[in-house]
Design a protein around this ligand. Structure first.
Ligand code: TYD
Ligand code: MG
Length: 451
């Protein structure tokens, strides 16, 4: 039986029994979305309906279920909370199904009941992936189904501890007439799974596809519904994948985990700095190792610059990969004005090696040094790493977490660090690892110590 639905304007709340391209009330286009008109009953809600005094509320003890991937637990805030709903978004092909099949396998191996529902692939296809990942006699339930009400009925009967739905764009509720993947459906599915998770105290994962442009009927529309939003990112031509939390009702959002996609699935990278530096050329000009903070932890990465005479006189190229284009343009201006270089006739390419993206001003000094190293054709010694934010007057400003950066650099064998003078004065002498710190106040000084 179809439930009563209505088309509701997302801009002004206008109700219409049928779809309209333009809302007659507020005049906005394409804002009418089909929604189920449900009577809200007490049973509908999983929360108590009586007001309770604050002091009477007992703190719920949240037992977290740890995943078998150690690096993943901090991203979830220490493990997954029973009854929570986690959304994992990412571009098609990035490895979402692979990650969750691996996680499901590990949960099952720990003795948790797991139900993995796929609306995208047949059981045989899942098995092919599972064989690749080395799954054997796992106590893992699979279901290939796209009808949400049937899925939930099956899941309630099985009553697992872990529930995975792959993907939200392929599942539809029979309460709505619109097709799978539309905003109405995606939202209805998320809402029903949310209630299912809370009511049965099942830790649930939703997979959602997003595209580079954001997404049409995508996870963006769900972020406020679910408890945790994780994004899985990676470049097609690189093997590493970054999983990070964008929202977490049960923990911090600064953590991230880095994985490598191999022939047998995803492998967490325990030492990302070493991973990103392993192919670094140490005797080439234009390369410098920077120490950045990604999420809450330090990461060493290599910045490369290449300057070459342009074929486009009057309009030379400024290409950056992995860094903010506008920020780099500003740094190039600082190099011209404050250091007296001129590259009006040069193309400039700046790249973060390994396909990383970094958006932290603390990389400024590294970018400047890489460019100058290339311009002067002078190699930056292999045991040097740098960090520091550059201001428009060429001053080098302090950055956050200097000690964490130093420790990371030290653990990877770096002996000299060029860093903001302001940061050195903040540090406690005893904490500093055994390495040479060179504090600088401006870009000029930074270059004179190295070249
Ligand atoms: P998949 O998990 O299907 O991506 P998503 O669910 O996000 O769309 O991963 C697909 C890609 O990963 C595909 O290009 C094949 C590759 N892959 C490996 O390289 N190694 C493996 O062991 C597996 C299972 C997949
Ligand atoms: Mg998939």
């Amino acid at each position: 039986m179809k439930q009563k639905t209505a088309f509701i304007c997302q801009n002004c709340g206008f109700h219409s029994p049928k779809w309209l391209g333009r809302c007659p009330n507020c005049g906005e286009w394409n804002t009418l979305i089909e929604e189920v008109e449900e009577k809200v009953t007490a049973e509908f809600s999983f929360l108590p309906s009586e007001p309770i005094l604050y002091e009477k509320i007992k703190e719920a003890k949240r037992e977290r279920i740890k995943t078998g991937i150690e690096e993943l637990n901090p991203v979830l805030g220490g493990g997954v909370v029973p009854g929570s709903l986690v959304l994992i978004g990412g571009e098609p092909g990035v490895g979402k199904s692979t990650l969750l099949l691996q996680v499901s396998r590990d949960f099952a191996a720990q003795g948790e009941g797991v139900l993995y529902v796929s609306g995208e692939e047949s059981l045989e296809q899942i098995k092919i992936r599972g064989d690749r990942l080395g799954l054997q006699n796992e106590k893992l339930y699979l279901l290939a189904e796209t009808n949400l009400e049937r899925i939930i009925a099956r899941a309630e009967k099985l009553n697992p501890q872990i529930f995975v739905l792959d993907s939200i764009q392929t599942i539809f509720s029979s309460k709505l007439s619109s097709g799978p993947g539309t905003i109405s459906q995606v939202r209805e599915v998320a809402n029903q799974v949310f209630r299912f998770a809370k009511k049965n105290q099942i830790a649930s994962f939703l997979i959602g596809h997003i595209t580079k442009e954001g997404s049409l009927a995508g996870p963006k529309a769900l972020e406020h519904i679910v408890d945790v939003v994780l994004y899985f990112e990676g470049e097609r031509d690189h093997s590493h994948r970054v999983l990070r939390a964008l929202k977490n009702r049960f923990g911090p959002v600064s953590e991230l985990a880095i994985f490598e996609m191999g022939t047998r699935g995803l492998q967490a990278i325990a030492n990302p700095s070493a991973f990103f530096l392993k192919e670094r050329p140490t005797k080439e000009a234009g390369s410098v190792v920077i120490c950045t903070i990604k999420g809450s932890r330090p990461l060493l990465a290599e910045i490369q610059a290449l300057v070459s005479s342009t074929l486009f006189t009057g309009n030379p190229r400024r290409m950056t990969i992995g860094l903010d284009h506008f920020r780099v343009a500003m740094l190039l201006a600082i190099i011209e004005r404050k250091l007296g270089f001129s590259f009006a006739g040069e193309d400039i390419y700046i790249n973060v090696a390994g396909g990383l993206t970094i958006d932290e001003p603390a990389t400024d000094l590294g970018v400047i040094m890489a460019v100058v190293s290339c311009l002067k054709n002078k190699v930056i010694p292999a045991d040097v790493t740098v960090f520091g934010e550059a201001g428009l007057s060429g001053e080098i400003r302090s950055v956050s977490q200097p000690l964490a950066r130093l420790k990371e650099a030290h653990s990877l064998g770096f002996q000299r660090v060029i860093m903001p003078q302001g940061n050195i004065s903040q540090l406690d002498k005893e904490d500093i690892p055994d390495m040479k710190l060179v504090g600088v106040k401006n870009v000029k000084q930074a270059l004179s110590v190295i070249f």
